[in-house]
Unconditional design. Structure first.
Length: 458
């Protein structure tokens, strides 16, 4: 699963009764921690008496109220509120077949405009006191329209995650801009945004994770919408709400784990499958996120936050060998003559992979020597200046001869052909001359180059 992180907002703990630690948001529809046990009931809203096909409404204050969403309590709104459920004919749905639409007309995020909105990473800040507020009759005023559920059995001091998906009303070209809504986990509204999610489109919506420290055994999770904050702004659609402890957070997500007045040790490590780490006299061998603590004194604890990643390690028995061109190597029951990396005897187990590998390179293995003098005097001994080579299978061969003034006297593309000490059919003077030899070989992309000087003697 690939996550696209759009923003990260972190608040450091100010005291031991810290509230929200951080908020993360992602452009994606898929659940981030699909294996988590949800402490909320009916988090995907599939258990309901509402029929999305006939727009039956779930707000009790509405004159059109006709159905309920099991395990969730609807409050606020007013007689004109038109909140209902949407299916895939009307919106993108994150999980199951339906999502909750918070239809509540138009509202003000601040005085007669939305210009006050400042978005810092995932959160909207600078909303004035008393806002958002719906100034229209029958929509709940500053209370807005809310859907909530109280979850029990939390451990005060432990870290939990509220994960949910939001989209927004989209009707072809209508409402192309982001909407605004609030979420309260017991510490007051945190203002967030939602994007339009037209049915049948490639829109992903936004997946939020709110990391918080429980301050009591029960927390009420409440989502509130006041309405469209502008004529082109969308309105909240909610789906797939989960609440789970730190230990069930997907290993692909690192928790923020804010600091407080207690001592904190954050351990972020990767081990091979079958291995383990030991923290606070406890053994951890399964990938995931964990929290542990140790009492230091009556008023102080040492907290251990562990992010453990477990991978299947590869153990390589590597052989590095070089052979000469046109030769071959017998290795592990097979013959190899082409350079490359070869894997053989791959043994896979639940904990690791054993690989026997060969890293084979080819060397031209030629020898070459260049004389430092020659005597073209017709005595059949050293009458020609040429390279002396064995096992040389040269390509693009070139030998150039220059005099001391840099004038080219001779050129050859045949390694068997040498210089006889003449230029323009005249004998060259005794003295020092210079050579440049370049060539390639089939087994290498390298250009070999030799240069130097030699003496012509008579």
């Amino acid at each position: 699963m690939k996550f696209i992180i759009t923003a990260l907002l972190m608040f450091l703990f100010l005291n031991s009764e810290a509230q929200i630690i951080c908020i993360k948001c992602f452009d994606q529809k898929e659940t981030i921690s699909p294996n988590a046990t949800n402490s909320l009931l009916n988090g995907s809203f599939e258990n309901t008496t509402c029929n999305p096909g006939n727009f039956s409404q779930w707000c009790p204050a509405s004159s059109g109220y006709s159905c309920n969403i099991q395990n969730w309590i609807a409050t606020g709104g007013g007689t004109n509120t038109y909140a209902h459920l949407d299916d895939t004919n009307n919106t993108v749905v994150a999980k199951g077949n339906i999502a909750v639409y918070f239809g509540n007309y138009f509202c003000d995020a601040c005085t007669n405009s939305s210009s006050c909105i400042i978005k810092k990473d995932c959160e909207v800040t600078s909303i004035p006191n008393g806002f958002p507020m719906n100034p229209n009759n029958g929509y709940g005023g500053s209370t807005g329209l809310s859907l909530s559920q109280t979850v029990n059995g939390l451990t005060p001091g432990n870290i939990y995650f509220l994960e949910f998906w939001v989209g927004g009303e989209a009707d072809f070209s209508s409402f192309p801009l982001d909407g605004l809504f609030g979420v309260d986990i017991g510490f007051g509204n945190t203002m967030l945004t939602c994007k339009p999610t037209l049915a049948g489109s490639s829109a992903l919506g936004t997946r939020y994770i709110i990391e918080f420290k429980a301050t009591m055994p029960s927390h009420t999770i409440k989502f509130t919408n006041w309405g469209h904050i502008c004529t082109a702004c969308t309105e909240l659609i909610l789906d797939d709400v989960l609440l789970y402890p730190l230990s069930q957070l997907s290993p692909s997500i690192k928790p923020c784990l804010g600091m407080n007045s207690n001592s904190n040790t954050i351990i972020d490590t990767t081990i091979c499958s079958g291995e383990h780490i030991k923290v606070n006299n406890r053994v951890y061998s399964v990938g995931g996120n964990y929290m542990d603590s140790m009492l230091l004194s009556v008023n102080s604890k040492q907290y251990f936050y562990i992010h453990l990643n477990v991978i299947q390690c590869v153990f390589e028995d590597r052989t590095d060998t070089t052979i000469c061109e046109n030769n071959s190597l017998y290795w592990n029951g097979k013959v190899y003559s082409v350079p490359g990396v070869y894997a053989d005897s791959v043994v896979m187990s639940p904990t690791h992979i054993d690989v026997k590998s060969l890293h084979l390179t080819i060397d031209p293995c030629f020898t070459i020597s260049i004389p430092n003098a020659f005597s073209p005097n017709g005595d059949q001994m050293n009458d020609v200046f040429r390279i002396i080579a064995s096992d040389l299978n040269a390509e693009q061969f070139k030998m150039l001869i220059f005099d001391r003034w840099g004038r080219k006297l001779f050129s050859s593309d045949n390694p068997q052909k040498g210089w006889n000490g003449t230029y323009a059919n005249a004998l060259c003077e005794v003295g020092t001359y210079f050579y440049l030899v370049t060539f390639k070989v089939k087994s290498s992309t390298k250009t070999f180059q030799y240069n130097g000087n030699f003496i012509l003697m008579r």
